[in-house]
Design a binder for this molecule. Structure first.
Ligand code: NAP
Length: 415
């Protein structure tokens, strides 16, 4: 007989769905520091609709988007969904994970109960006209970040995804390692290879902000994979070492400079001179690493306000700054003269398409791309690990938590 609630790690009969589940929830009255915002509670298992898949979650990856969700800013994700008529007064985050397909809704054709999967974080309406016409789901008005803009992410015993989010789990990986790369690595992959005219080529210098982070650790490896030259930026020696071990040609400590933040007004000559002195000194570090006076053809951005002026200034003539986030703030100042006079491109990039998600799982399966799991906690660690990320005191690479996986190192269901 199916119980109405199973303990974490306790296995229901395959395909039998209990009424309730444990989930690490954010509620509006707890918005703030992640360590307080997340709390384990019992809620109903969501119903599975057409095209949807219910997954028994074995492990879940930690990402920056749920640091934002925990704080309730810049968007209150719960209120935003309620505005569209969705009733839940809680948020279950988690935009990547590994697990086992447990139940499928009508119309699901490519996965079935028992399949071991990793989950990608982009959700969209496959029938949307803007997808049919562009072939690019990230451009669709129906596209949402699963487990951030949508509910029922991977920080729960069961999560709800669309069929297209399910990808074969790399067999060589433990549940926790398989859970940690499907957001950061595909985003980095699209940033580096998704924008024709500016894909990384052999010999291209690529400047990678936050080289030791989730995005950065993938970007270093992906750049190396095609013969590019990754140059990492970090904030301490331990992270520099981590980046060099991953294959960075060199690492620059951003704390050796102080020209960060918004640009002064263009007619503030003294302020501009101060900025240029800082940015040029930073650029010289790049020359030292490269052994020649060369500029990065691609600048891999996500740090935003603090770094964008330097990124655009230092990017090579005809090169691209490709940005997917604004960790340090959303006001990104640029001196337009440097953009147009030197024919530079400033490209936004968000998530990945289905092909890119799948290609990244293949690179991981083949052992070409290391998911770089550096910390895995138990389920109660969801808030703790987001807090480390919030405080920028997390280890390099990616982090995950065990959900139903009873211990680290397992890559099948318990007998
Ligand atoms: N749009 C998308 O599809 C998408 C997907 C994934 C992530 N993102 C966004 O991208 C950002 C990074 O994600 P992540 O997973 O790589 O996070 P992460 O693992 O925390 O890494 C971010 C790195 O940024 C660096 N950093 C922090 N503050 C900085 C500052 N003021 N100036 C320069 N560097 C700074 C830190 O490295 P150091 O302190 O060592 O320099 C940190 O390791 C987040 O804002 C996230 O929301 C967007």
């Amino acid at each position: 007989m199916v119980k109405s609630l199973y303990e974490l790690g306790e296995l229901p009969p395959l395909g039998e769905v209990p009424q309730q589940m444990y989930a690490s929830l954010i509620r509006q009255d707890r918005f703030g520091e992640p360590v307080k915002a997340f709390r384990t509670e019992v809620v109903d298992v969501p119903a599975v609709g057409p095209g949807q898949v219910l997954v028994y979650v074995m492990a879940a990856g930690i990402n920056y988007n749920n640091v934002w969700a925990a704080g309730g800013q810049p968007v209150d994700v719960i209120a935003a969904r309620q505005k569209f008529g969705l009733p839940e007064d809680f948020h279950i985050g988690g935009s990547e994970g590994s697990g086992v397909v447990w139940a499928v809704g009508p119309g699901v054709r490519h996965v079935r109960p028992g399949d071991q999967v990793v989950l990608s974080g982009g959700q969209w309406d496959e029938t949307a006209e803007d997808i049919r016409l562009s072939g690019e789901p990230p451009f669709s008005s129906s596209a949402l970040a699963w487990g951030y803009e949508t509910n029922y992410g991977s920080f729960a015993q069961f999560c709800l995804v669309n069929e297209v989010q399910c990808h074969p789990k790399p067999e060589n990986l433990s549940w926790e390692a398989a859970a940690c790369f499907m957001l950061s690595a595909p985003t980095a992959y699209r940033q580096l290879f998704g924008w024709p005219g500016h894909t990384v080529r052999p010999g291209d210098p690529v400047l990678i902000w936050g080289g030791a982070g989730g995005l950065g650790s993938s970007a270093i490896q992906l750049t190396r994979m095609v013969g590019g030259i990754p140059i990492a930026v970090v904030s301490d020696d331990r992270r520099a070492e981590f980046c060099l071990e991953l294959g960075a040609r060199g690492a620059i400590n951003r704390n050796d400079f102080d020209h960060w933040g918004r640009l002064p007004d263009a007619d503030d000559e003294e302020g501009m001179a101060r900025f240029l002195r800082g940015a040029r000194a930073f650029g010289k570090k790049i020359w030292e690493i490269l052994g020649e006076r060369a500029a990065p053809r691609i600048v891999f951005e996500h740090s935003g306000r603090a770094t964008l002026p330097t990124s655009v200034y230092l990017c090579a003539t005809g090169g691209m700054v490709v940005i997917c986030g604004g960790t340090s703030g959303y006001n990104g100042d640029i001196d337009l003269r440097h953009l147009w006079m030197r024919s530079k491109r400033l490209q936004g990039s968000h998530g990945a398409n289905t092909r890119e998600f799948r290609e990244v799982t293949k690179l991981v399966s083949e052992g070409v791309l290391d998911p770089c799991l550096t910390r895995c906690d138990d389920f109660e660690g969801v808030g703790r690990l987001h807090q480390l990320m919030h405080d920028n005191t997390h280890p390099g690479g990616n982090m995950s938590v065990l959900v139903n996986a009873p211990e680290r190192g397992m890559n099948t269901l318990p007998a």
